[in-house]
Structure formats: structure tokens, C-alpha cells
Design a protein around this ligand. Structure first.
Ligand SMILES: Cc1cc2nc3c(=O)[nH]c(=O)nc-3n(C[C@H](O)[C@H](O)[C@H](O)COP(=O)(O)O)c2cc1C
Length: 181
């Protein structure tokens, strides 16, 4: 399987990037191909840009998603919703000539330094992706709270139960994508 993965954070030391990497390594260990897409060069959605023809980086991102068998997204939570970079990425993917998220299978996760583990952001992310006919796995929820205390120096999750949940999620992602292929 070819999996396109992105974290909705522009921060170098992002916990969501660490969580994404952890999940990506599990998938690679299973023999799958994972591209971890860095959103930092993606411009903010601007319809004037669309009228002029969006910059090549937008086309590259859209093509990478279109070519993937499945998506893996890790979103931060900003003010009880998805982060700006997460929403911006989705907005670019949703636009004409076609919504490249339609019919794609996606697994979502989230990491926060806060107490709620991004549950509010993920609930909203499910709603946004449903609008775009993107098939989000209903279960399990990967809610990483107090993220600053949950990784070792090698980027491994120190919470075994959560690590198992990540494994279940990515296994379910490739199983579901395989059935739909
Ligand atoms: C603008 C802003 C709003 C935030 N709001 C929330 C929030 O509602 N809930 C929460 O748990 N954490 C919130 N945080 C803290 C983030 O979870 C924390 O900064 C986290 O490390 C961001 O993810 P990252 O490490 O992948 O960049 C907020 C952070 C920012 C910058």
C-alpha cells in the first residue's frame, strides 16, 4: 500500500510529527510505503491564487494524495478545533477540478500537551472529512495527551497501551484500503 501521511503542525519539534513518524514506522515495518508530507511550504488558501493557477507545490501535494491508497493524518488541537495547517491542507485538497479526498480511506490521530488528547479537534476533523466524502476509520481513536511526557529519545511512544492502539489503527487502515482497492 502507498500511504500519504501528514501532521497538521509546522513546528520542527512537533509532537504530531513524532506521532506520525511512530505510526509511519509501524507501516514501513509491515512492508508499506509511507510518504510523510511536510506542509510548511503549502501557502494559505487564497482563491485569487486559484484563479491565477496555484503554485506547483499545491499540485504536487494534491497529486501525492490522489496517488495514495490511504491517508494518515495527525492533527494538533487549536482552541478545540483542528489546527490551521490541517484545515488549510484539507481546503487545498477539496478544490476543483476535483476533490481528491473523495472516496479515500483515512486514519486520524492527534497529539497535544493538553489534557483532552485532541478529542475536540478530531471530532471536528471527522465532520470536515465527512463533508468531503473521505472515509475516516471510525475506530480506534488515538488521543495522545500530555505528549511532552510520552516519547523516549528514539521517538518511541512510552505508553504501551497507546502504542498498541496506534498499531490497531494503522492495521485497520491498510486492511480497509485493501478491501476497497
Ligand atoms: C493557538 C493554539 C491553541 C491551542 N489550543 C489547544 C486546545 O484547544 N486544546 C489543547 O489540548 N491544546 C491546545 N494547544 C496546545 C497544543 O496542543 C500544543 O501546542 C501542541 O504541542 C501542538 O501540537 P504540535 O506539537 O504538533 O505542534 C494550543 C496551541 C496553540 C498554538
Amino acid at each position: 500500500m502507498k500511504i500519504l501521511a501528514f501532521a497538521g503542525s509546522l513546528r520542527k519539534a512537533s509532537w504530531n510529527k513524532k506521532l506520525l513518524r511512530f505510526a509511519a514506522e509501524i507501516l514501513r515495518g509491515m512492508g508499506h510505503e509511507v510518504e510523510e508530507y511536510d506542509l510548511s511550504e503549502l501557502p494559505m488558501m487564497n482563491e485569487d491564487m486559484e484563479t491565477r493557477g496555484p503554485p506547483p507545490i499545491v499540485g504536487k501535494f494534491r497529486d501525492a494524495v490522489a496517488a495514495a491508497d490511504a491517508l494518515l493524518i495527525s492533527t494538533p488541537e487549536y482552541n478545540h478545533s483542528v489546527s490551521g495547517p490541517t484545515k488549510n491542507a484539507i481546503d487545498w485538497l477539496s478544490r476543483p477540478p476535483n476533490n481528491v479526498l473523495a472516496g479515500k480511506v483515512a486514519a486520524i490521530m492527534g497529539a497535544t500537551t493538553g489534557v483532552d488528547g485532541t478529542v475536540h479537534a478530531q471530532r471536528e476533523l471527522r465532520w470536515i472529512l465527512a463533508r468531503l466524502a473521505c472515509l475516516v476509520l471510525p475506530w480506534p481513536w488515538v488521543l495522545l495527551r500530555f505528549a511532552e511526557k510520552r516519547f523516549d529519545n528514539e521517538g518511541k511512544l512510552t505508553d504501551d497501551k497507546l502504542a498498541e492502539t496506534v498499531e490497531t489503527l494503522v492495521q485497520s487502515l491498510v486492511d480497509t484500503a485493501g478491501k476497497l482497492k
